[in-house]
Design a protein around this ligand. Structure first.
Ligand SMILES: Cc1ncc(COP(=O)(O)O)c(C=O)c1O
Length: 462
């Protein structure tokens, strides 16, 4: 696992450009790699794999906030992550040097063209797509999914079937259940309430020659489960169905490889992986060519532009590239490509986060009256992201979140739009659950602080 020991790109590819003003080279935003993650020598004892969050945290200005005299702790990451300075610089730098619409003859427009192309190249590397023409940008994963579903709707015949799951965020459910309006039959794959895993045997039993699409989560935004998506894709393809993967909660925590998965579509959101509020859709070129998008007539009809509605958030795209480069810097070294650096980086992140999950689950277990929903077996940490939902009798989920906020700790309560899951876990009428979601910049000390703060709440009835 390599670390960037010198400033700048350590993987091969585009030469580093900069957003800094006053330098005599071409100003070009969105290509800057985050500062190095050199080992500071203050490594936490939990970091056996050599990942040191301390220098990484220094890149995130928001992490140094003090709330009520306490260092703020961000465990609200599944709702959105903080951004490194490089992302802030890239967004601000875009406005300073490149602000224009695309396709013009003048300097700022040409720079904007390069920013868009740079972000597409970055997402190609993050997701492992065959090429940039398969990457579509939009305002959010939700908007992109409805957009695609609207086009798919026009190809649906009465009696066609779609499969959604009880694990998924509603953004990967309602766009597909809406196909009922065109006569589609909706089937629902269930979870095992005991451990929050997806029942894949049950899902496979729902597949039939009429199945048009399976919509499945790469990782749950509520209980953290990582289903075996490859198995779903293979089974769906055998039945002749397409697969849409929601990787919003997977992309910040593990390497994504759309070609290895062979999925037909995959969506994610940059604001969940340390970038701006934007959505990204991958689609196999054959599908993006065959389906008809809803678009205005003068806009380009070639891939990927035909799927992009209106003017994109260019400043956000500059930030997307910076966010991807931030991740790549964790795995950079030895002249590897950015794609290879990202694969290595996300393995490093995954291994580090598993130590945090282990600590969090152990800490919650020690509180006795906490009930965790999802996988708690620490031998199966590879099957979950570090997102943990729990309830306890001491306080309601909302009151717990408010109490933690008063102690300087951000986390969510409620259903986080995983409504089917909450109903299936019988939590929907009790305010859902508390959600603690970790990211690569969190530390063992922060987890211990959370557990200590929770332990101070009096037992119910005491
Ligand atoms: C798993 C999952 N899918 C989809 C979404 C929706 O993403 P967006 O806000 O980009 O529409 C979220 C947002 O929290 C999510 O957690």
């Amino acid at each position: 696992m390599g670390f960037a020991l010198d400033r700048g790109l350590l993987y091969s590819g585009e030469p580093q450009k900069t957003t800094r003003r006053g330098r005599d080279r071409e100003i070009f935003v969105g290509q800057e790699v985050a500062p190095p993650l050199a080992n500071s020598g203050t490594m936490s004892e939990t970091n056996e794999m050599g990942f040191d969050p301390v220098p990484l945290r220094a890149q995130f200005p928001a992490l140094s906030q003090m709330w009520g005299g306490r260092q703020a702790v961000f465990f609200d990451n599944p709702g959105g992550t903080q951004v490194p300075q490089a992302v802030i610089d890239a967004v601000a730098g875009y406005y300073q040097t490149s602000n224009a619409n695309v396709g013009g003859a003048f300097a700022t427009s040409r720079r904007t063209d390069a920013v868009v192309a740079g972000a597409r190249a970055a997402m190609t590397d993050l997701l492992g797509t065959p090429g940039p023409e398969s990457i579509v940008f939009g305002p959010s994963m939700t908007a992109l999914t409805f957009h695609l579903a609207r086009s798919l709707m026009e190809t649906v015949k009465p009696g066609d079937e779609v499969i959604v799951t009880n694990l998924d965020h509603d953004a990967n459910v309602t766009p597909w259940t809406d196909l009922e309006a065109a006569g589609a039959v909706v089937r629902v794959a269930d979870i095992r309430p005991s451990d929050g895993t997806l029942d894949l045997d049950g899902l496979e039993a729902l597949l039939c020659p009429r199945t048009r699409l399976v919509a499945v989560s790469h990782a749950s935004n509520a209980v953290g489960t990582i289903p075996d998506v490859k198995r779903v894709v293979d089974a769906a393809h055998r039945a002749g169905a397409l697969v849409f993967v929601d990787a919003v909660q997977y992309a910040p925590h593990a390497p994504v490889d759309v070609q290895a998965l062979d999925c037909d579509f995959l969506a994610c959101s940059a604001y969940k992986f340390f970038g701006p509020h934007m959505g990204v859709l991958y689609g196999k070129a054959e599908h993006l060519t065959r389906l008809t998008p809803h678009k205005v007539k003068p806009s380009k009809d070639t891939l990927p532009y035909r799927w992009e509605q209106g003017t994109l958030n260019h400043e956000g795209l500059a930030g997307v590239t910076a966010a991807v480069d931030h991740l790549a810097a964790i795995g950079a070294g030895g002249g590897v490509s950015r794609r290879q650096a990202l694969q290595s980086a996300m393995q490093t992140v995954q291994a580090y986060e598993q130590t945090l999950s282990h600590r969090l689950l152990d800490g919650l277990r020690a509180l006795d009256d906490v009930r965790v929903y999802g996988l708690t077996d620490t031998a199966r940490l590879g099957e979950r992201v570090p997102t943990v939902a729990f309830t306890w009798p001491r306080l309601s989920p909302r009151a717990t979140a408010e109490y933690l906020a008063s102690q300087g700790i951000a986390c969510w309560s409620g259903d986080y739009y995983a409504q089917r899951l909450m109903r299936r876990l019988s939590l929907d009428e009790a305010g859902g659950a508390v959600r603690v979601g970790l990211a690569h910049y969190n530390t063992a000390e922060e987890v211990d602080r959370l557990i200590g703060v929770l332990a101070d709440v009096p037992m119910a009835g005491a």
